[in-house]
Design a protein around this ligand. Structure first.
Ligand code: PLP
Length: 224
């Protein structure tokens, strides 16, 4: 199957309110152009340097999303152009994004990454931390907009467990929607689901699915 056919197949199965992010990490720019020519405009990357050089090389109407762990000292490199950062996992990171957004005269949209999986190594806030942060959202973060949540389910064959984890994130999302009032918070996006579990995620209310392997094939890590 071609990149173009894969994108069509995925989009045909998604409701219009659920948007596809082509996760293009490790893929060469020619592959991204194949997706672009098939109409794809949202691309997700997880490394700052790769994001920068692809942004430089590719058409300017692409929306770039940062989906991987972001170090505070690298925020400055993506602040001028990034459309959405999915992986906010500390207040320190928000502070730096606010600072760099201000410098660039921009408001940067962000999602809070929530820890829903059983694995120990995943980054993110737990539910209590999310609620605490959003109900006392620092007023000085004037150049940030929190527009939703992101989560990753446990890597398991157990679909019921995956569904349970996505359901818990959706529940938290709905709760926050009705409870938080700060101007910088507007809960509308829920980023959950990748190649192996995006169908379950979409059924559970995802508005962004992040798909790499199913579009581009297996990643070749040696080019990194
Ligand atoms: C790599 C990655 C994906 C895409 O994974 P695939 O299994 O290739 O679809 C989605 N989300 C995050 C955060 C990733 O790092």
């Amino acid at each position: 199957m071609s990149v173009k056919n894969n994108i069509k197949l995925i989009n045909d199965g998604l409701k219009p309110e659920c948007k596809l992010i082509a996760v293009s990490k490790t893929q060469p720019t020619e592959k991204l152009m194949e997706a672009y020519e098939a109409g794809q405009r949202i691309f997700g990357e997880n490394k700052v340097q790769e994001l920068e050089s692809k942004h430089e090389a590719l058409p300017k109407d692409i929306e770039w999303h940062m989906i991987g762990h972001l170090q505070t000292n690298k925020v400055k490199y993506i602040a001028p152009f990034i459309s959405l950062i999915h992986s906010i996992d500390s207040i320190k990171l928000l502070e730096e994004i606010n600072k760099q957004a201000k410098k660039n005269n921009r408001i940067i949209s962000c999602l809070l990454q929530v820890y829903i999986a059983q694995e120990e190594t995943k980054f993110g806030f737990n539910e209590t931390e999310v609620i605490d942060l959003l109900s006392n959202f620092p007023a000085q973060f004037t150049h940030i907009k929190i527009i939703g949540l992101m989560g990753m389910a446990t890597l398991t064959e157990n679909n019921e467990q995956i569904r349970r984890e996505f359901k818990s994130l959706k529940l938290l999302f709905e709760k926050i929607k009705t409870q938080t009032k700060a101007d910088q918070i507007q809960m509308k996006e829920l980023s959950m689901g990748m190649s192996s579990d995006y169908k379950i995620a979409a059924e559970e209310g995802s508005t962004f699915v992040r798909i790499g392997t199913m579009i581009f094939g297996e990643r070749n890590y040696t080019i990194q």
